[in-house]
Design a protein around this ligand. Sequence first.
Ligand SMILES: C[S@@+](CC[C@H](N)C(=O)[O-])C[C@H]1O[C@@H](n2cnc3c(N)ncnc32)[C@H](O)[C@@H]1O
Length: 222
Amino acid sequence: MPRESTNLPEYWDSYKPHRGEGDQPAPEVDRFAWTQYDGHGPGAEFLGAPRTALELGCAEGGEAVYLARSGVAVTALDFSTAQIARARNWWGGTPGLTFAHAEACDYLTSSPATYDAIFSIWGAVWFTDPDDLIPLVAERLEPGGVLAFSQAEPIEDYYGPQPMYGNGLAGRKLTLLRWAYSPQWWADLLKRTGFTDIDATILPAPDPDDVGTLMVRARRAG
Ligand SMILES: C[S@@+](CC[C@H](N)C(=O)[O-])C[C@H]1O[C@@H](n2cnc3c(N)ncnc32)[C@H](O)[C@@H]1O
């Protein structure tokens, strides 16, 4: 599969298009959510008490805004031009909040900044090869800093990169990859990469027959 045809940022330009373009009013930001179900799961406390944080794949940026309003210095990045433009238009003047238009691995490689917490909510961590991304994350966390992320519960026994047609089955070919692994696989990778206090689990949905949420949190040794 040609790498250049996978995970193009343009795919995400139409993510949440129902919210409209940048001239629409900003949505309410009154909570920090990790899961796909309203009012379900932990909130910002899952990150501990960081002074600085980096979000990987923020799209509209609501969670980054929530954190910045609570006093955390937040950088929120996304490689979609449209998502970052919308987020900047809505929340560009928020004290303590910076948006970055960047690909996650590129940013972590090129920026020398380090953070107390790096997090991703169904974001870049789901759509980037973890063997590439997680070591870069470790390098940009302060000793004792927290990596936390959430994404869909993996389908049991179907692990690894999962290809999809991003433009649907009658559209121009665009292959989108997301990476799905068991909690134990994540725990092993994080341990190998120098993380401690690893908590990788499936949070069941409010109705246990529905799709759960993979929740992972770990601390950089230090
Ligand atoms: C499913 S959306 C989730 C967005 C947001 N966290 C939310 O909960 O609504 C995934 C987001 O991650 C961004 N993304 C995916 N891979 C990325 C990468 N390698 N670097 C930067 N952003 C990425 C996409 O542009 C998209 O906005």
